[in-house]
Design a protein around this ligand. Structure first.
Ligand SMILES: *[C@@H]1O[C@H](CO)[C@@H](O)[C@H](O)[C@H]1NC(C)=O
Ligand SMILES: *[C@@H]1O[C@H](CO)[C@@H](O)[C@H](O)[C@H]1NC(C)=O
Length: 453
């Protein structure tokens, strides 16, 4: 579970450490667990789990702590939430959104920090069977830092993020339930297209879906470029055509359950699943009875920072429309280089842009306000580092200022400096070649894409 550091990062760290910064890892491994913790009030749903829900939930939290899974997604974490967190010890945990009927039952417990956390309610629910509209079920989103770095802290090294989605779709098998469930899954697939273009993605939770029930629409995640490691590792890459039902606790990994894990890597961060397991045997009461009516699932992964593209940390606030130059940069046959930098700013930062030296591409993000400042880079010169300053506008954080410095020490700036600034320097031998973040008329949140120069 220890992140490893590549030789390249170690050599960059000599510079980074001398500047007082912390070395960020460029590869490592982690595991995830998804578990529906059956936390509806016992009076509404006993979940056919013997024993008392308070005691059982305390036991589940203690097992989360004992086994130390790196990223845990829970569903139906409603009215016994306090007992789960009482015995768990993970460093990073989402605040509950409440019991029934206020909360979604979704929470994340992790060994890594994140940014941009958001809870999103389903657009569609169905009470055809069960009471799916009773609570505001939906999905959650976070951009989790696999190397432990979030915003600043990336000077002279890259940052490694994965976009992590938890979900609990509509239950039941009436046709209205199945239609609602397919809409829920498509809503997450659409969110992945909008927020996670160019990014590594993990989706894991209670999908209420089976591959043998086509109407569930679970293949929308495969269409979004994600892989189900149960299919990949347990079934050698082929989705079983015959339905199978798991016992609880399950005695075999080959049976299908509705709790599922999906993943994809990106040009910035590669991901590979290495092991898939039902963890049921670890989640039993002292006398052998189950703790939940769902078999929990654990998956092990390895990750590595991209060989051709990496990114910086983020500066600014989580507002605006997502943008990313990563997919365009990844499509280039030659390593991209910046040729011209153009920024627009006034009292704040309005727009950031650059052209690539191959003459085919101009990136620009933000609005049309402010005054333009431009710098043309010489042969052999690259964009080495960027300082960003953030501030508050209308009660929200956004970027007010950028200062770019090239490998020759030349600079170009736009906007107005604040007291809250961070410098993002490309790793040694790499340069800034593009952007990702969120914006609108201005640049709410910004990070930089690095390529070897
Ligand atoms: C285990 O303990 C629980 C709680 O006391 C009880 O409800 C359940 O029946 C027990 N299971 C077995 C297999 O004895
Ligand atoms: C998955 O990772 C955990 C934690 O590192 C490890 O204990 C376990 O052996 C791994 N499982 C497999 C099948 O490799």
């Amino acid at each position: 579970m220890k992140p490893q550091t590549s030789y390249r990062a170690i050599s960059a760290s000599v510079l980074a450490l001398s500047a007082g910064n912390v070395l960020a890892a460029t590869s490592g491994d982690f595991n995830v667990l998804t578990m529906n913790v059956a936390g509806l009030p016992a009076i509404l749903n006993g979940n056919e789990v013997p024993g008392d829900k308070t005691t059982n939930t305390r036991t589940i939290g203690a097992k989360f702590a004992e086994y130390g899974y790196d990223i845990i997604h829970v569903q139906e974490d409603f009215n016994y939430h306090a007992y789960l967190y009482e015995t768990d010890t993970h460093a990073y945990r989402t605040a509950t959104s409440g019991g029934v009927p206020f909360g979604s039952g979704l929470n994340t417990l992790a060994n890594y920090p994140w940014l941009d956390y958001e809870r999103v309610k389903w657009d569609t629910c169905s009470d055809a069977s069960g009471s799916d509209c009773l609570t505001p079920k939906g999905y959650t989103f976070m951009r989790l830092a696999l190397d432990g770095s979030t915003a600043a802290g990336g000077s002279g090294s890259s940052s490694a993020f994965v976009d992590v989605y938890n979900l609990h779709t509509d239950a039941g098998t009436e046709s209205a339930d199945i239609a609602a469930r397919a809409a829920n899954i498509q809503q997450v697939a659409d969110a992945i297209a909008a927020r996670s273009a160019g990014n590594a993605v993990l989706v894991f939770g209670d999908t209420n879906s089976r591959y043998t029930r086509a109407g569930d629409g679970i293949r929308a995640f495969l269409a979004a470029g994600l892989t189900d490691p149960w299919v990949e590792l347990v079934h050698a890459g082929s989705i079983p055509s015959a339905e199978s039902i798991c016992a609880n606790p399950s005695t075999t990994p080959s049976c299908e359950t509705v709790d599922k894990v999906f993943y994809r890597g990106s040009p910035l961060v590669s991901l590979q699943a290495t092991a898939w397991a039902y963890e049921s045997a670890r989640f039993l009461q002292a006398n052998g009875s189950i703790l939940s009516d769902h078999n929990p699932i654990a998956v092990n992964f390895t990750w590595a920072a991209g060989a051709s593209l990496r990114q910086s940390g983020f500066w600014g606030g989580p507002h605006g429309t997502w943008f990313s130059d990563v997919s365009a940069l990844a499509a280039k046959p030659e390593p991209p280089r910046a040729a011209t930098l153009t920024f627009r700013g006034g009292s704040r930062l309005d727009n950031v842009g650059l052209t690539l030296s191959d003459g085919t591409t101009a990136f620009a993000h933000g609005g049309t306000g402010g005054t333009a400042s431009t710098l043309s880079l010489g042969a052999g010169e690259h964009w080495a580092s960027a300082e960003l300053c953030q501030g508050q506008k209308d009660g929200r954080t956004r970027n007010f200022y950028i200062l770019a410095t090239t490998s020759s020490g030349r600079t170009v700036a736009a906007g107005t400096r604040t007291a809250d600034c961070a410098t993002f320097a490309a790793p040694q031998g790499w340069g800034i070649v593009g952007f990702l973040g969120q914006g609108g008329d201005e640049l709410d949140q910004l990070a930089f894409v690095y390529a070897p120069q």
